[in-house]
Design a protein around this ligand. Structure first.
Ligand code: GLU
Length: 482
């Protein structure tokens, strides 16, 4: 039975890299019919940020990386799922390693270690603990029992350690680059590399799927597993996510937390879709996939080992694809929280969403672009005013208002007919009527198709807005915005 985990440290919100790691774990678990575990790695209590665990969970849910077991699942069999609540296990394991001689107490003070480090540096050697407390006698340790100490693991001095990585193949590490690293801090709480090996074992994790930045930690975890006699899980280290210029990804490149993407109005299923392509690709190159489709196709073998490049434009494109492909009612539901103006019964909300979504990448844009349906323009795009509210415009708007007020039927065809008839009788191009109308109704020069706008707004509002614009032009008082 495949069991995988995502193990965030609750030190902030869920970022793009973490969300990608969680999703890949989720997809793999689902594909294999296994379980996906959420473990909150609050090993370092001092770095814990209140509310972060909840924020992480919200973020995971919003990209669909749903866990089967975690701190919030009642009665799950491998709990507790917060590392801080597993301290007794870590202490037990450390006790055992000490008793069996796989680990030892180290009494070196920070000053002594610093001196040692400087000494090695002067000789051009890498900073590495000498292991001098390895050889303290049991007698001596007993005498110093009350002194501040840490626990260090005895690391093999020679040979090499091989990480068999599903994505990267065999990754070899020479053992001499490691020193006897600390596994228990002076307060007898574990460091990450110690706790993680025990927790993965205790939770029966079969595959450790995580970011490549953890690859250098893996040999240390293998040393711990070896000392404790644990079976080794399989490893899969996911490629880094870099900025387009291959620099470290940051906010500057538009990358941000899942919750911020949500607030920007990125369509969340599109974000999930985008994330699953950061390092993985579908066998037939399909780019738009639902999570179910990705579950069916997912394999770790298809994860690339070269860095994935984050591209904000592509994410927005993806968001746009979902904006236009999901059902109107789904988009309408998603858009509601972004509407910061009063809606009215008319025009009908879903119909407005439908004519507006073609031009929006995010829900924030969609909400902005829908605003004029519910609020008459108070000012007009300056560029448009210069072009379309000049000579003769007031008169044309007046005629239009008159015609439309008297139009027997109000539908797309009758409206097109009315504009055609009027442009013919005035001897002007239809565009000479359409552009001023759009500006009068929406305040803007671009937007959904004009006849769709007119039809949806309805006769009363259309006539009213045409007359308002007409009056403003005649009074030489047209408010503009740049
Ligand atoms: N708590 C670690 C992190 O947030 C997880 C490392 C792991 O998956 O082993 O990076």
């Amino acid at each position: 039975m495949v069991r995988v985990r995502y193990a965030p440290s609750p030190t902030g919100t869920l970022h793009i890299g973490g969300a990608r790691t969680a999703l890949f774990n989720y997809l793999f678990a689902r594909h294999m019919g296994g379980k996906f575990v959420l473990r909150v790695e609050d090993t370092d209590q001092s770095r814990k940020i209140p509310g972060s665990e909840e924020a992480m969970m919200r973020g995971l849910k919003s990209v669909g990386a749903l866990w089967d077991e975690g701190p919030d699942t009642d009665g799950a069999p491998y709990g507790p799922y917060r590392v801080s609540e597993r301290l007794h296990r870590h202490r037990q394991a450390a006790d055992m390693l000490l008793a069996e001689g796989h680990a030892y107490r180290c009494f070196c003070t920070p000053e002594e270690l610093e001196e040692e480090r400087r000494g090695r540096q002067a000789q051009g050697l890498p900073p590495r603990y000498s292991g001098r407390c390895r050889s303290l006698s049991a007698e001596e340790v007993k005498i110093r029992a009350d002194q501040r100490s840490v626990v260090r693991l005895k690391v093999p001095l020679e040979g090499e350690t091989v990480v068999h990585d599903i994505i990267r193949g065999e990754v070899r590490f020479e053992n001499r680059i490691f020193d006897d690293f600390v596994i228990m801090k002076p307060d007898y709480t574990p460091v990450y590399n110690f706790a993680v090996a025990i927790d993965d074992h205790d939770m029966a994790i079969t595959h450790v799927i995580r970011g490549e930045e953890h690859l250098p930690n893996t040999p240390k975890q293998l040393f711990v597993m070896d000392a404790l006699g644990f079976a080794v899980p399989q490893f899969a280290h996911l490629p880094m996510i870099l900025a387009p210029d291959r620099s470290k990804l940051s906010k500057r490149h538009g990358a941000t937390s899942v919750e911020e993407y949500r607030d920007q109005g990125i369509i969340l299923p599109a974000l999930a879709n985008y994330l699953l392509l950061l390092g993985w690709s579908s066998p037939d190159g399909q780019e738009l996939l639902t999570l179910e489709e990705a579950v069916a196709q997912f394999s770790l073998k298809r994860v690339q080992h070269t860095a994935a490049i984050y591209d904000q434009k592509k994410l927005e494109w993806m968001s746009h694809q979902y904006m236009t492909r999901l059902s109107v009612s789904e988009i309408a539901e998603m858009a509601r929280p972004f509407i910061n103006y009063a809606l009215k019964p008319q025009p009908e909300f879903e119909a407005v969403v439908d004519v507006s979504r073609e031009r929006a990448f995010t829900l924030v844009q969609l909400a902005q672009q829908m605003r004029f349906f519910y609020e008459a323009p108070e000012s007009y795009e300056a560029k448009g005013v210069a072009k379309h509210f000049g000579e003769g415009a007031a008169q044309r708007l007046e005629l239009l208002a008159e015609h439309l007020a008297a139009l027997p039927e109000w539908n797309h065809d009758s409206l097109v007919g009315a504009y055609d008839a009027l442009s013919e009788s005035l001897g002007v191009k239809r565009a000479a009527l359409i552009h001023p109308t759009r500006l009068a109704l929406t305040g803007r020069t671009v937007g959904p198709g004009l006849f769709e706008i007119v039809e949806l707004l309805g006769r009363e509002l259309v006539v009213e807005r045409l007359r308002t614009a007409q009056t403003r032009i005649q009074q030489g008082n047209v408010p503009t915005f740049a």
